[in-house]
Design a binder for this molecule. Structure first.
Ligand code: E4P
Length: 221
């Protein structure tokens, strides 16, 4: 399973990248706003900076909701860097744009997906990634992970090449469950990735190894 980090914060992207296990980045307008990135030129410059840190797919979301606007915006975003993936909302005009981008060989991420039917539409349009939002489904008492399993089954039934990008991952257990369900990619905050390191027996074991080593070295040299 590929690991994407879901943030526009450069420090966190650098930290995740330094672990050596980061495959890409996803952003959205809320995450960009959180970093105080304003204006078209600053937004493009920020995406470029992200692409210079991570050598992998970087999702940049369009703001337009009509086909012409999405097409124009997406093409401009794709010009920033070959690793830019155009993030398009799951609406009829968005699906039409995904089909258009796919025929032009541009990579897309269909976002705001909350049902298997929507995921089927994204795959039929030729999306590179589909982003089911598991955390937001959990928030309203629907089982987000069940949706990942359902999409996996449907895509495997028909051999769709669209990659399942489990999004709105909120914590470490979500990552494990997405891996069990066969998600191709997960995108989550840095905290969810760092949580994978944690095990008390690792801490206890390392402490004991180091203590024993230092004891055995006493009196030498
Ligand atoms: C990713 O593509 C989404 O924008 C993101 O995962 C949404 O996460 P949230 O539901 O925690 O805001």
């Amino acid at each position: 399973m590929k690991f994407f980090i879901d943030t526009a914060n450069l420090d966190q992207i650098i930290q995740a990248q330094s672990l050596g296990i980061l495959d890409g980045v996803t952003t959205n307008p809320s995450l960009m706003a959180k970093e105080g990135i304003k204006g078209e030129q600053n937004i493009k410059a920020h995406y470029k900076q992200i692409c210079q840190i991570v050598n992998g797919p970087v999702s940049a979301e369009v703001i337009s909701t009509d086909f012409e606007g999405i097409a124009r915006e997406g093409e401009a975003l794709a010009e920033i860097d070959p690793n830019i993936v155009i993030k398009v909302p799951m609406i009829p005009e968005g699906v039409r744009a995904i089909k258009y981008f796919s025929t032009k060989g541009l990579k897309t991420n269909c976002t705001l997906v909350f049902s298997a039917g929507q995921a089927l539409l994204a795959a039929k349009a030729g999306a590179t990634y589909v982003s089911p939002f598991i955390g937001r489904l959990d928030d309203i008492s629907y089982d987000g992970l069940q949706l990942i399993e359902q999409i996996r089954l449907i895509y495997d039934n028909y051999g769709f090449g669209t990659q399942i990008l489990a999004a709105s991952v909120r914590h470490t257990l979500h990552i494990i469950k997405c891996a069990e369900a066969g998600a191709d990619v997960m995108t989550g905050p840095l905290s969810s990735i760092m949580g994978l390191f944690n095990h008390p027996l690792t801490d206890i074991g390392l402490k004991k190894f180091l203590e024993d080593y230092h004891k055995s070295q006493q009196g030498i040299g």
